[in-house]
Design a protein around this ligand. Structure first.
Ligand SMILES: [Zn+2]
Ligand SMILES: [Zn+2]
Length: 175
């Protein structure tokens, strides 16, 4: 959804809409993020503050991820809340002030006179994802010898030293 900055000059605008799961498309090429589970609810308020815009919002929905340890797909709940600045010019004299007083607040630069809401939503989804994708705290991963998913039962291979959590799946020969 594209909104014009002109429309925001008249006062804060509130958005409450469903972000269609189709909009995710084939965004992630590495097959770790499989896409949204149905529509994502987006609530967002954009208001003008000095010469910038402040975006406050929350997302609510689910996303399908692939577990780093056992490679199974699982559902991750998305509930991020966010607040960020949109600044129309990096040379803005107020910019330094923003960085000094609210260091933890993200600043995005906008070019032209339009804001792409979808871009903001997608960026916030990525930012809210965990560093490591795990289907559960206690995921047992795959057997380093035969590749059996140890969450579904033991495989009978001799126990090896080391915890399966430290297994480097990328080096595992799956053939
Ligand atoms: Zn897992
Ligand atoms: Zn095994």
């Amino acid at each position: 959804m594209i909104i014009s900055i002109k429309a925001l000059l008249r006062g804060p605008r509130h958005f409450d809409f469903e972000f269609d799961s189709d909009l995710w498309g084939d965004r992630d090429a590495n097959d770790q993020i499989l896409g949204l589970e149905g529509p994502l609810n987006v609530q967002m308020t954009i208001s003008k503050e000095e010469s910038n815009f402040v975006v406050e919002g929350r997302l609510s929905g689910g996303i399908r991820l692939r577990c780093d340890r056992c490679l199974d797909l699982y559902s991750h709940e998305l509930r991020p809340e966010f607040r960020l600045f949109l600044s129309s010019s990096p040379q803005d004299p107020d910019q330094r002030e923003i960085e000094l007083c609210e260091e933890d607040m993200a600043v995005r630069f906008i070019t032209g006179d339009e804001i792409d809401i979808d871009d903001i939503v997608i960026e916030q989804i990525y930012l809210s994802l965990p560093i490591k994708f795990l289907c559960g705290e206690g995921c047992n991963g795959l057997c380093p010898i035969c590749g059996t998913n140890l969450n579904r039962g033991k495989c009978g291979c001799p126990e090896k030293n080391g915890h399966p959590a430290f297994l480097k799946l990328k080096e595992l020969d799956m053939d």
